[in-house]
Design a protein around this ligand. Structure first.
Ligand code: ACO
Length: 325
């Protein structure tokens, strides 16, 4: 019996021009390149220019993904954009990307699951495609976290960066086995009891301001590896696969220590881990598609490879997706 699979046709990314190094940060707040690299693996991050918004980054990433897929924007009937830094409180940034691409049919909306946003967006688009309500989707992660950082707080401002990445997914027929191309399984979780460990201290309904990111870093770290590996094991069990079958582990790029510890716990060899946190910092919902685009562009990820995605972020939210490229 055949099933519908959401198959990746292409991917792309965009990073703002401006690169902010650890040395530059050390001139502004009481930190050092050594401290940041040792604790996080981050060496530099990109920062959006004045007047450059999340929708602009997202549109450029979407255009790159469409070009990589070799399909026209007019063939897209669903845009799911993951972001916690929308251009405006409303309308959804996805609708502005839709307009910038000249698309007037179908539907575009945002997903808000902070750093897990891209995995949530993949799961959402996959359900729309498998359910038959769309045929070809753009799934985008785009952020301008530089706009919600407290640049006087050395505990958070050194960690994040701006950027965007996107993939094109198409509904195709598969056999219903783990040998199929496309999204094989997705697993999403959340637990709002952890709100105060990672949140933004403003919003339209509370303060009528945008607010700044606040984080109890050690608390986040404590929960991260267990939550990430737990949901990945769920993905392996649901798809009848194991860590041995994974060709590429493309985790949310929050921190090298979290990524290393997760891979080690799952027995995934370091050479199978795609790591971009050194050059991008934590770009929240954009980090996974940015890493995917990097590994596709340099020839590591190829058609038929089994790719494991995972993320954890504010809420807490967390999730994993397993797909065959
Ligand atoms: N430079 C120098 N010193 C610093 C800096 C900095 N940038 N930031 C904090 N410190 C100091 C602290 O003030 C503290 O000093 P004290 O001992 O005198 O009080 C000391 O360093 C240790 O601080 P901790 O917060 O305990 O440092 P820790 O080893 O936990 O590292 C870090 C902090 C890197 C944030 C770590 O906890 C972490 O990576 N947590 C995960 C959080 C994360 O990645 N969040 C991203 C969003 S969620 C997600 O995407 C998964």
């Amino acid at each position: 019996m055949t099933v519908v699979r959401s198959v990746v046709l292409g991917c792309g990314a965009y990073l703002p021009e401006r690169v902010l190094t650890n040395a530059e940060l050390a001139a502004k707040v009481d930190t050092s390149d050594e401290w940041i690299v040792q604790r996080t693996g981050i060496r530099e991050r990109h920062i959006a220019a004045e007047g450059e918004y999340t929708s602009h980054l997202a549109t450029k990433a979407a255009q790159a993904a469409l070009a990589n897929a070799g399909v026209d924007a007019q063939s897209i009937d669903l845009i799911v954009l993951a972001t916690s830094t929308p251009d405006h409180t409303f309308p959804a940034t996805a609708t502005q990307v839709q307009a910038a691409l000249g698309i007037h049919h179908g539907v575009a909306f945002d997903i808000q699951a902070v750093c897990s946003g891209f995995v949530f967006a993949v799961a959402t688009a996959d359900n729309f495609l498998r359910g038959g309500s769309a045929k070809r989707a753009l799934v985008i992660g785009a952020e301008t976290f530089s706009r919600i950082l407290d640049w006087n707080d050395r505990g958070t401002c050194v960690l994040f960066g701006d950027g965007a990445g996107a993939i094109v997914l198409e509904a195709q027929e598969g056999w219903g086995t783990s040998a199929d191309r496309g999204v094989l399984t997705t697993h999403l979780r959340s637990d709002g009891a952890h709100k105060h460990k990672l949140y933004v201290d403003g919003g339209p309904s509370t303060t009528q301001t945008t607010g700044h990111l606040r984080m109890e870093g050690r608390e986040v770290f404590k929960h991260a590896v267990g939550m990430i590996t737990g949901v990945i094991v769920d993905a392996f069990n649901a798809s009848g696969t194991s860590a041995d079958n994974v060709d590429w582990f493309v985790p949310h790029q929050a921190n090298k220590r979290i990524i290393d510890a997760s891979a080690q716990k799952l027995h995934i060899a370091p050479q199978k881990v795609v790591m971009t946190v050194d050059r991008h910092g934590n770009t929240s919902a954009a980090s996974i598609p940015l890493a995917l685009a990097t590994a596709v562009a340099d020839g590591r990820i190829q058609k038929g490879h089994l790719v494991l995605l995972e993320a954890m972020g504010g809420g807490f939210t967390w999730g994993a997706a397993l797909l065959r490229w």
